[in-house]
Design a binder for this molecule. Structure first.
Ligand SMILES: Nc1ncnc2c1ncn2[C@@H]1O[C@H](COP(=O)(O)OP(=O)(O)O)[C@@H](O)[C@H]1O
Ligand SMILES: [Mg+2]
Length: 258
């Protein structure tokens, strides 16, 4: 008996132009179920633009994007989220005036397909869903060490905790694939070590696959099964962490600067 699993994510010849600039060109990425895959390269290489295409923020000029074998390129960001892809942003995007818990609840309500307003008014049809969402939100905050912060304003959290809250918020939508855009940026070594362990836990406990953009190589090399390297919008290498660390072209274009 043979079993074939479609890749969770597969981009084929994915590319986009901005004016005359080929920001991303012919990029072929694959993430299999349960994998943690790195996407690295110098600033301006096109990494965030890949995330923007995968999540429907930008429509690719070329190529295709498949989630579990079905085309998703051209779909809207909310429908792609609904199909199972969630992300965090390089520049943190939280509702700074809302509490930590409400930031997570807003994400959950979007996923459930009805407004936070209905829930806040406690309209009866929403009550049961509200209880389980609340439990899920509290559980995720607990896992990420944010439970004691749940009544704090998100904008008052230290930077590292805001980054963790972004991950919690993305996870709240129960994605199959989580895209993390520089989650360790601005974190101190202690916070980065905690984040490293959390990313490893994501796969085990939440059965979520991860595509990770990150400049902290200690984090990337520790958590990634495989890595793609972009430079000027093109793939220049792919391989396991040891292969990437010893790749001369990667050292020249990127790792050598560090
Ligand atoms: N909306 C946009 N309009 C024009 N140029 C853009 C836009 N988004 C990104 N770019 C350009 O595309 C290139 C890749 O950017 P980006 O994906 O943000 O790189 P990275 O995340 O790898 O640092 C850069 O040259 C950037 O200036
Ligand atoms: Mg970026």
């Amino acid at each position: 008996m043979t079993t074939t699993t479609a890749p969770l994510l597969k981009t084929t010849g994915m590319g986009i132009n901005f004016g005359g600039l080929k920001a991303v060109d012919e990029v072929n990425l694959q993430v299999d179920p349960g994998e943690i895959v790195g996407l690295i390269g110098p600033n301006g290489a096109g990494k965030t633009t890949c995330f923007n295409m995968i999540t429907g923020v930008y429509k690719p000029s070329r190529g295709s994007i498949e989630l579990a074998g079905a085309r998703i390129d051209g779909k809207s960001t909310p429908s792609i989220n609904h199909l199972g892809i969630a992300r965090t942003f390089q520049n943190i995007r939280l509702f700074r005036q809302l509490t930590v818990l409400d930031n997570v609840r807003v994400a959950l309500h979007r996923q459930a397909g009805y407004g936070l307003l209905g829930a806040l008014l406690r309209l009866s049809p929403y009550r049961r869903a509200e209880v389980s969402m609340r439990q899920r939100a509290e559980y995720l905050l607990d896992v990420f060490g944010l439970a004691e912060r749940r009544w704090d304003r998100a904008g008052d959290l230290p930077y590292g905790e805001q980054r963790k809250l972004e991950v919690v918020r993305a996870l709240a939508t129960e994605p199959k694939l989580l895209l993390l855009d520089e989650p360790a940026a601005g974190m101190n070594p202690q916070e980065t070590a905690t984040l490293t362990a959390l990313i490893q836990r994501l796969r085990q406990e939440f059965k979520v696959s991860v595509l990770l953009i990150e400049h902290d190589m200690s984090l990337v090399m520790k958590v990634c099964d495989r890595i793609y390297v972009l430079d000027y919008g093109k793939e220049i290498a792919r391989g396991t962490p040891p292969e990437i660390q010893s790749n001369q072209q990667v050292i020249k274009a990127y790792l050598g600067e560090a």
